[in-house]
Design a protein around this ligand. Structure first.
Ligand code: F0G
Length: 454
């Protein structure tokens, strides 16, 4: 048995293969026997509960930390450290991630046809995406394990987050991103936070292939989402969500799917909360992909989930432009155990849903908007019932891809894409709010106001 840290009152975690169940060394990513992914498990929980505490005791403890000034308590991830792997407090790299808001979407609930619709906005994390919640755990582990270098392949958000946490933790970081296929804001973040940033003339899946070899040959710690510590941090979004709803789970949680780690993480968090006795039933977890980047949908529909159907991915929601998702088995397990489903949405559905979320004063990046677009389909199919409660997980901040937003409102998002969609499309026009040019003249502005009121 390999222990990740010293035995403490929190109990010991282990790294275990999701395929054959073999226990692995703490800094591995794949099983040495069957090459499947690894996950962190907590054998001690069965006897003693997490941290040796009961759910009521843990709820009280986690709640009391909200008023603490300790950086660990102020983190919406480390506040729940009893359900995380053991990492020494002085090794923890935190930028006060987590603690993200839950908002109601009154217009969205009407347009989707459900009574209670909420978003958990993970884009409100320090670097603007959900990646921070996982990065704090995995980067801290890297530091504790003595690594000087960390690296990731990314569609932009992981790299922004990794660069920030590496910088805060005194680590060097290497970023591999697909040339010309990530948003400028995300690229600018990794430059600003000081990462060595390489644009490779390939797609995300190609970047992953290169990086996997680099980390084999160099003492560099991999911070892609196959990293099991990232999943542990990301699962706390589910704990936070349950706490927000006074431990009464919603009926459905809808998550965007790219490399499929986030859906896995949220499912893991919920499963553990049930195992520990915090909740008695699981929300149904459904994963939505873009039509042009739909390997999970095809895997379920064409291969009954038995083997991955990789695709050549193409979507303007560049964060989820992924054709060969590493965590597909983990995500499928979560979808099956919770009774959820998979669905795909078109580029126009994504664009419209994004504009709707924006018009509610919330906003998100395109990849996050697949959730609302997908929900609409799930309601139409009868999978989500009108009286059920639904939480959409918004994964990235609206400012992550302002170029997309501007193009949409100006009416040229689909120009030259061969989709036949342009500013003339009536469906798009309903949501477009293009900037107006006026003379610097009071009457002209007042005239405009009057016409807007009608
Ligand atoms: N939403 C956003 C905004 C993302 O950045 C990603 C993934 C996802 C959804 C999908 O999450 O991969 O866990 O299924 N972005 C990764 C990156 C791949 O490199 O930033 P997933």
């Amino acid at each position: 048995m390999v222990e990740l840290g010293t035995q403490s009152d929190r109990g010991v975690s282990q790294l275990r293969c999701i395929g054959c169940g073999e226990i692995a060394l703490p800094d591995r990513f794949r099983c040495e026997h069957c090459r499947d992914l690894l996950e962190i498990v907590y054998p001690g929980w069965q006897e003693r509960g997490a941290g040796g505490l009961t759910p009521p005791e843990l709820k009280k403890l986690w709640d009391s930390r909200r008023s603490s000034l300790d950086p660990l308590d102020q983190s919406g991830v480390w506040r729940f450290r009893e359900v995380l792997p053991e990492i020494a407090a002085q090794q923890v790299i935190t930028v006060r991630e987590g603690n993200t808001p839950v908002y109601e979407l009154p217009h969205g609930s009407r347009s989707a046809g459900v009574k209670q619709l909420y978003v958990k906005h993970q884009g409100m994390n320090p670097t603007g995406s959900f990646k921070d919640t996982g990065m704090t755990v995995a980067a801290s582990f890297a530091r504790q394990a003595g690594y000087r270098w960390v690296a990731c392949a990314s569609t932009g958000n992981t790299s922004a987050s990794m660069a920030a946490y590496a910088a805060r933790g005194g680590l060097h970081s290497l970023v591999l991103i697909p040339h010309g296929k990530i948003s400028w804001s995300k690229l600018s973040q990794s430059l600003d936070y000081g990462a060595i940033t390489c644009q490779l003339k390939t797609d995300f899946d190609g970047c992953v292939r290169v990086l996997n070899e680099v980390v084999e040959r160099m003492p560099v710690y991999l911070l892609n989402s196959v990293n099991p510590y990232r999943v542990e941090g990301q699962k706390t979004a589910a704990v936070e969500l349950l706490e927000h709803f006074s431990w009464e789970p919603p009926d459905h949680i809808v998550v965007p799917g790219g490399n499929l780690a986030n859906s896995s993480a949220i499912g893991k968090g919920l499963g553990e909360m049930r195992q520990l006795g915090f909740i008695s039933r699981l929300p149904k977890i459904s994963v939505i992909q873009a039509e042009g980047a739909n390997p999970l949908v095809r895997t379920v529909r064409e291969a009954r989930g038995e083997q991955l159907v990789p695709v050549h991915a193409e979507t303007m929601a560049t964060a989820i432009r992924i054709g060969n998702p590493a965590s597909w088995k983990k995500a499928l397990r979560v979808i099956r155990e919770s009774g959820g489903t998979v669905e795909q949405v078109s580029e126009i559905e994504i664009a419209l849903a994004k504009a709707e979320i924006g018009a509610e004063g919330i906003g998100c990046e395109p990849a996050s908007a697949v959730t609302l677009a997908g929900l609409k389909k799930l309601v139409k199919q009868g999978f989500v019932k009108p009286n059920e409660s639904v939480v959409l997980v918004l994964t990235g901040h609206v400012l992550k891809d302002s170029e997309y937003t501007l193009k949409f409102h100006r009416g040229d998002l689909f120009a030259g894409t061969g989709t036949g969609l342009d500013e003339g499309s009536e469906r798009l026009k309903t949501q477009q709010r293009s900037p107006l040019s006026l003379e610097p003249n009071v009457d002209a502005v007042i005239e405009l106001l009057r016409s807007a009121e009608n």
